[in-house]
Design a protein around this ligand. Structure first.
Ligand SMILES: [Ca+2]
Length: 550
């Protein structure tokens, strides 16, 4: 059976290669930031995303694709094809995040390890030219006087335009970098935008790199990594985009969530067996409803703007005759974000004194605000799942994945239900590029990639996978077939869900399936030791029982 499946996969790859001119596709991986599972129109949302919806209609949507629930580990995992701890980013890159924990070993050091190969380095080994645009966030050395060995150009990319840390002011980013040079968006002669907006700048540079490539390197296929900061806080958007959503969210959380549930049902994204938790947040008790509704208006505008720019990128590919043979993969780096910047009046006041920020209750949107959209809207964004960014429950780790490639994907508009993970992107790219995965980097052996090529799944063929694993901040999980083991907090008890019929994680079966639970815990323990997730810096130490999750 395995041989037959392997043969089927190889035949598919060969058929794809034979049909293509040039034989290998360009590949563009688009990653967005801090968005929920049902924000896109093609996943049930009310936000206008016609371009991503068109990619979905012409390609395949993976409905059970997973990230690592947080910015840094997701990027480290995506870029290396490894679990984040193996890549050296067991937690975050930003040193401020480590103030509460002991940084105990090299696997939590917060910089890509030298014994890892990035997507660009692997694609270069296959003859591709490589472009990176957007948020990097896989090195702690973001200042120009620091070592640049983990900046994009030193990790295989030929061109780069973006920000090196994890968040930025969309109108005036302070860490904007072109190739190896820090630049000021207000005085950049190469991109003299009158009304600078970061999402536009990213999409415009993606278009520029595609056009330049067509002029200068047409004989070579390209790989592009386009990592948007939309829709990560601060809620910053252009007035015309915000105006499109004015009044749309005045009814609060529940009507929008109900509308999403209805649309998801129609799209075939909800299993009728699932129950779902009650809405988080009571609109009747929201004090400043106009402010709260504006948060979501701005969030929607940020996503809308990103989609508009992706449309311009699609247009550039079409104009260059590249659209048919470019694989575009879209996914999100973690679930919706319930973090609280700008939502606490006292903290906002301190921020105002520190940085001239108007803070609460200034209306979100403009440059001089720094506000997150909050837990109520995050819960709506993640409809129908529980919890958020940071957590290993489905609201933290679930992402839409759209794969669009006219010449290589025939199942237009299909939903693909096989689970997949970020680690699979490396395996997929290497598979399509020619199969070369470097065994050494700078004379040192590199860790082999962990993932599985998604190419068979593009055609509905099975992936040869046993399990997928997670750990972040002591939150942890294991997905094995239709079962999921998950825990919240470093001392939190393990929960077990029959994820096929309960993806919303409403019925914990750990006590009724003790043997299965024990076996899955043992499997997770073996993975955690092999990939260096343990020993971990969290308290309590792993395995120490507590009376409740922190
Ligand atoms: Ca993120």
């Amino acid at each position: 059976m395995r041989l037959l499946l392997l043969f089927a996969a190889l035949s598919l790859g060969a058929a794809v290669a034979a049909a293509a001119t040039p034989t290998r596709p360009n590949i563009i991986v688009i990653l967005s930031d801090d968005m929920g599972y049902s924000d896109l129109g093609c996943f049930g949302g009310e936000i206008a995303t016609p371009n991503l919806d068109a990619l979905a209609a012409g390609g395949v949507r993976f409905t059970q694709f997973y990230n690592t629930a947080r910015c840094c580990p997701t990027r480290a995992s995506l870029l290396t094809g490894l679990y984040p701890h193996q890549a050296g980013v067991g937690y975050m890159t930003d040193l401020a995040h480590y103030s509460a924990v002991a940084m105990i070993n090299e696997w939590y050091a917060g910089d890509l390890r030298p014994d890892t190969v990035t997507l660009a380095e692997a694609m270069r080994a296959n003859g591709y030219r490589n472009y990176a645009v957007g948020k990097w966030h896989v090195t702690k050395n973001i200042e120009p006087e620091k070592p640049r060995d983990n900046w994009p150009l030193q990790r295989g990319f030929d061109r780069y335009y973006g920000i090196l840390p994890g968040a930025a002011n969309f109108f005036a980013p302070v860490h904007l970098t072109r190739d190896n040079t820090r630049i000021d968006p207000k005085t950049d002669p190469e991109y003299p935008a009158k009304d600078f907006y970061l999402t536009d700048a990213f999409n415009d540079h993606a278009v520029k790199f595609v056009n330049d490539h067509a002029k200068q390197h047409a004989a070579q296929p390209f790989f592009m990594y386009l990592a948007h900061t939309a829709a990560h806080w601060p809620m910053h958007a252009k007035p015309a985009d915000i105006a499109k959503y004015r009044g749309k969210y005045d009814g609060g959380y529940t009507p929008i969530r109900q509308a999403r549930l209805g649309k998801m049902k129609r799209l075939g994204l909800l299993n009728p067996e699932w129950a779902w938790p009650a809405q988080v947040g009571d609109w009747s008790k929201v004090e400043n409803k106009e402010w709260e509704a504006r948060c979501m208006e701005v969030y929607a505008a940020m996503v809308d703007s990103m989609d508009q720019g992706i449309g311009r990128l699609m247009g550039a590919l079409r104009a260059n005759g590249q659209f048919e043979n470019t694989l575009i993969v879209y996914l999100q780096d973690n679930g919706a974000c319930a973090e609280t910047p700008g939502r606490n009046p006292a903290a906002a006041k301190a921020k105002k004194q520190e940085a001239g920020n108007k803070g609460f209750p200034a209306m979100p949107g403009p440059e001089d605000t720094w506000i997150a959209y909050g837990e109520g809207w995050a819960n709506v964004s993640n409809t129908p799942f529980r919890l958020y960014k940071h957590y290993m429950h489905e609201g933290g780790i679930s992402t839409p994945l759209i794969a669009h490639w006219p010449r290589g994907i025939a199942r237009k508009g299909a939903l693909e239900g096989q689970p997949g993970h970020l680690i699979d992107i490396m395996a997929t790219c290497v598979d399509l590029a020619g199969g070369n995965y470097p065994s050494e980097r700078a004379g040192r052996p590199v860790q082999p990639m962990e993932g599985r090529s998604l190419v068979p799944a593009f055609a509905g063929q099975p992936l040869q996978r046993e399990a997928i694993f997670w750990e972040h901040e002591g939150n942890r999980a294991l997905r094995l077939g239709d079962w999921k083991l998950v825990a919240k907090g470093s001392g939190g008890p393990w929960e077990l869900y029959a994820i096929g019929r309960d993806r919303t994680e409403m019925r914990d079966l750990a006590s009724t399936e003790p043997a299965r639970t024990r076996e899955m815990i043992a499997t997770w323990n073996r993975w955690a030791e092999r990939t260096h997730a343990v020993p971990w810096p969290w308290k309590p130490a792993y395995g120490t029982p507590t009376t409740g999750a922190p």
